[in-house]
Ligand binder design. Structure first.
Ligand SMILES: [Zn+2]
Length: 444
């Protein structure tokens, strides 16, 4: 094209129309204005939707429970089915009424979105049975744990309109969106392992998502805090326990430090690459019993969180969560109340940070009358949430408290598992076993 033609209009003025540029500009301006207006309206509606929650604390609590899932990290219905009904699921109808604190109508009234069902069996010694000082005497703990896993899966399957098995944060969110209660599982004490990493791996394969390092007895993995403190055996996590924790990280089994001694809890924070959960423990600063969590743990969580963590040994200590428990004898001296439990939640929030608190009631794991007044069973979650709203917890903090913080722990355990995907299953044997040839190269 000749240089002179570049300035020439391609069409005669008359065909383009005299006001074409102005119309185009006006149209563009109008379009932009319309877009801005639309954006303002959409944003306004979204904001309105977020802020249009009722002001009344209890109504607001119900609305928040509908919005994001409440996940209780410790409920003991499976052991209640074992001990009250000899594992006969047909002896109860959870659509009508449960054994103690838990049934479907009350879970629904409470707005529950997910439950970690504890597949607990008791410590050796509690039934006059002893595993010996070396934890080498064979026991039925693995059989009994398998039965607890089985009865839990049966229970979830028996009520498909209400329950659905879940193994991840995504499963929980999906269940909540579908109006069903997600069911996960947790083992409550490494005495349930039979000192075998193979057993640990198989529990995970069956869908168990956390393991508490101890119940109220010491075991080959770690020291317990007992019921009222115990003289230490390993001074924290044993050499074998270190391998157990590493293997738990590798397979995505969350390390739970409830019931453990203070030394064990600190070791867990140091050793675990994935965030530690305290599935059902309160704060010693509110009620000083050995079963509750010492403030040094909260301070460590806060410090690690502030540092952005992964500082010492690459640990995610700063993501740990302490789920407070409604087991009356860990809430207050004498008759516990909902306000006492709320004091524990406030204390963990104050000392560790509000993104480090959860709810792990221990319902069905304590006698009927040993839950706080005002928080007697699973139907009372909204009352507890309403109390925290009255105490100034924001909507986002409540969403974390009721489940968001625990979902974060689940997701983090998954990501550590992915990071360790290239590592081989541990071949380590518990050194004191006498049933296998002593030629094994790796014993601890
Ligand atoms: Zn417990």
């Amino acid at each position: 094209m000749p240089a002179s033609a570049e300035g020439q209009p391609l069409l005669p003025q008359s065909e383009r129309g005299p006001d074409r540029p102005r119309i185009t500009r006006t149209r563009a301006v109008l379009t932009v204005l319309a877009c801005v207006l639309l954006a303002i309206i959409v944003f306004g509606l979204a904001t309105q939707k977020r802020t249009s929650l009722p002001d009344d604390p209890l109504e607001r609590a119900h609305a928040l429970l509908r919005r994001s899932p409440l996940v209780d990290t410790h409920i003991d219905t499976p052991i209640a089915i074992r001990e009250w009904h000899a594992l006969n699921l047909s002896a109860i109808d959870l659509r009508r009424h449960g054994i103690k604190h838990v049934d479907i109508p009350r879970l629904r009234a409470g707005g529950a979105g997910g439950v970690f069902w504890s597949v607990y069996v008791d410590c050796p010694g509690t039934a006059g049975f002893n595993e010996s000082a070396d934890f080498t005497t064979p026991s039925f703990r693995v059989r009994d744990t398998l039965e607890q896993i089985d009865i839990t899966r049966q229970m979830i399957d028996a009520y498909p309109d209400d329950f659905v098995f879940a193994d991840s944060a995504t499963d929980i969110r999906r269940a909540h969106a579908a109006g069903r209660i997600a069911g996960l599982m947790g083992i409550e004490g490494a005495h349930q392992l039979g000192q075998s990493l193979g057993v640990l791996r198989q529990y995970r394969a069956l869908g168990v998502r956390y393991m508490t390092l101890t119940h109220s007895c010491h075991n080959a993995v770690a020291d317990s805090c007992g019921y009222q403190g115990l003289p230490p055996l390993h001074h924290g996590i044993s050499a074998f326990g270190r391998e157990v924790v590493r293997e738990m990280n590798r397979i995505g089994m969350i390390v739970d430090a409830s019931h453990t001694s203070l030394e064990t809890a600190h070791d867990a924070l140091s050793l675990s690459r994935a965030p530690v959960l305290f599935s059902h423990s309160n704060a010693q600063v509110v009620y000083n019993v050995s079963r509750n969590v010492n403030s040094s743990i909260f301070e460590r969580i806060r410090r690690a969180d502030e540092l952005g963590d992964r500082s010492e040994t690459g640990v995610l200590a700063g993501d740990a969560v302490v789920s407070t428990t409604a087991a009356g004898y860990f809430v207050a001296n004498g008759t516990a109340t909902l306000a006492d439990l709320a004091d524990h939640i406030d204390a963990v929030g104050r000392l560790a940070g509000r993104s480090h608190v959860g709810i792990g009631s221990d319902f069905d794991g304590v006698p009927l009358n040993k839950t706080p007044r005002g928080f007697e069973d699973v139907s009372k979650y909204p009352e507890l949430v309403a109390e925290m709203i009255r105490r100034g917890w924001s909507d986002d903090e409540i969403a974390g408290l009721i489940g968001g913080n625990v979902l974060r722990v689940l997701d983090a355990a998954d990501s550590v598992q992915r990071e360790m995907a290239d590592e081989r299953p541990s071949a380590v044997l518990y050194a004191k076993r006498r049933d296998l040839p002593k030629s094994h190269p790796r014993e601890v």
